[in-house]
Design a protein around this ligand. Structure first.
Ligand SMILES: *Cc1c(COP(=O)(O)O)cnc(C)c1O
Length: 359
């Protein structure tokens, strides 16, 4: 059997079926239905944050944030994230300007941001990579000094907390993805959270075509999600903490078995932090060894991912002149190892043996 980097968790079928029965009863399939409202209420509770919107996916979430903040110029962003972070910026007709990342946690290096600020800079969009929080204090201070907006792509961070608050609570706007590959999923789905009430109302309008009433619109988009997706979220949420514990155990097994002298594990320096064990990334010595490890694992039907690759400043459609040596090096050497709640101990042992042997 093949082992992939992740395997989507599914709740017991009856627990999803219960919501399907409700949908067949109500005939309410989408457009802010009762199941979606229930999921939003539960997630508001879970995150302890009221201005929360469930949307169709984590990409539209970023685009809604950029649009609602009326950003038009340059946005300083990280080269080390999923392509959606950069593409959203381009899609909203803004220009991504890349500041390189830290070596230790692979998040945007706040000390490199100020150099990139011009009179066209309007915002910072940074990703909490692997769920590890960005340096939210330094970024907030820079944003204040230059009157910039901060959007966090928190797609990896659901279930992780910093100083007793969800990592999703930081920034002017914080977006998340509930895609099937994430720690908590709704099949497809995402969220937008924002501090400002006016901005929240605006994003809410934009989410459903800008409908103000039946006959009057502002310019919006379709960012809604369905009762079926919300139902998966409601069925999954009770299993989140158990799944995080299982992910933690597997991560600790990797920690104990991998030859740690020959690899680096991205880590946060934050002391008051609780991880969600979303990923198990390792950074190897060079590209050659990394390719060897990939080949050896693939020969055994094990498929790690170069998560992330490429460095986003190097995407050809971005046409960026920015050079980001740390990110451009790390993308050649990083691997996310298989990690999901029911990954067998024997498989972890096998993966570690193959890697240790190759290093
Ligand atoms: C998954 C992901 C996204 C995109 O989310 P979708 O829900 O798939 O649109 C954006 N940014 C990061 C960092 C991601 O990992």
């Amino acid at each position: 059997m093949s082992i992939f980097v992740t395997k989507t968790f599914l709740p017991p079928k009856e627990e999803y079926q219960k919501y399907l029965d409700q949908i067949w009863e109500s005939h309410w399939l989408t457009n802010n239905g009762p199941i979606l409202q229930k999921l939003e209420a539960e997630l508001k509770d879970f995150l302890n944050y009221q201005n929360f919107l469930f949307v169709s996916n984590g990409t539209i979430a970023i685009q809604l944030a950029i649009k609602a903040l009326d950003l038009k110029g340059e946005i300083i962003t990280t080269p080390y994230s999923y392509c959606a972070t950069t593409t959203s910026i381009l899609w909203e007709n803004c220009k991504p300007v890349f500041a390189d990342i830290n070596e230790h946690d692979l998040n945007i290096n706040p000390d490199l941001i100020e150099d990139k600020i011009t009179d066209k800079t309007e915002a910072i969009i940074a990703t909490h990579v692997y769920g590890n929080p960005c340096d939210v204090d330094k970024i907030e201070a820079i944003a204040k000094k230059y009157s910039l907006k901060v959007i966090y792509d928190a797609a990896h961070a659901f279930g992780a907390s910093l100083r007793g608050k969800s990592v999703l609570n930081y920034g002017d706007v914080s977006t998340c993805s509930f895609h099937a590959t994430k720690v908590f999923h709704t099949i497809e789905g995402g969220s937008v959270m924002c501090k400002d009430d006016g901005l929240f109302e605006k994003i809410k309008l934009y989410r459903s075509f800008g409908h103000i009433n039946d006959d009057y619109y502002t310019q919006g988009i379709n960012g809604k999600n369905s009762e079926f997706h919300a139902a998966m979220g409601l069925a999954n949420l009770p299993y989140l903490s158990g799944n995080i514990i299982k992910r933690k155990r597997i991560s600790e097994l990797y920690d104990s078995l991998l030859d740690s002298n020959k690899l680096i594990k991205p880590e946060t320096k934050e002391a008051d932090f609780e991880y969600n064990y979303a990923y198990y990334p390792i950074v190897l010595e060079n590209a050659e060894i990394t390719n060897q490890v990939i080949d050896e694992l693939k020969a055994q039907n094990i498929h790690p991912r170069r998560y992330f690759y490429p460095s986003l400043n190097r995407l050809d459609y971005v046409h960026s002149q920015d050079i980001c040596p740390v990110s451009e090096s790390v993308v050649q050497r990083v691997l996310s190892l298989p990690l999901y709640p029911d990954l067998a101990e024997e498989d972890v042992k096998r993966i570690c043996q193959i890697i240790n042997k190759t290093l």
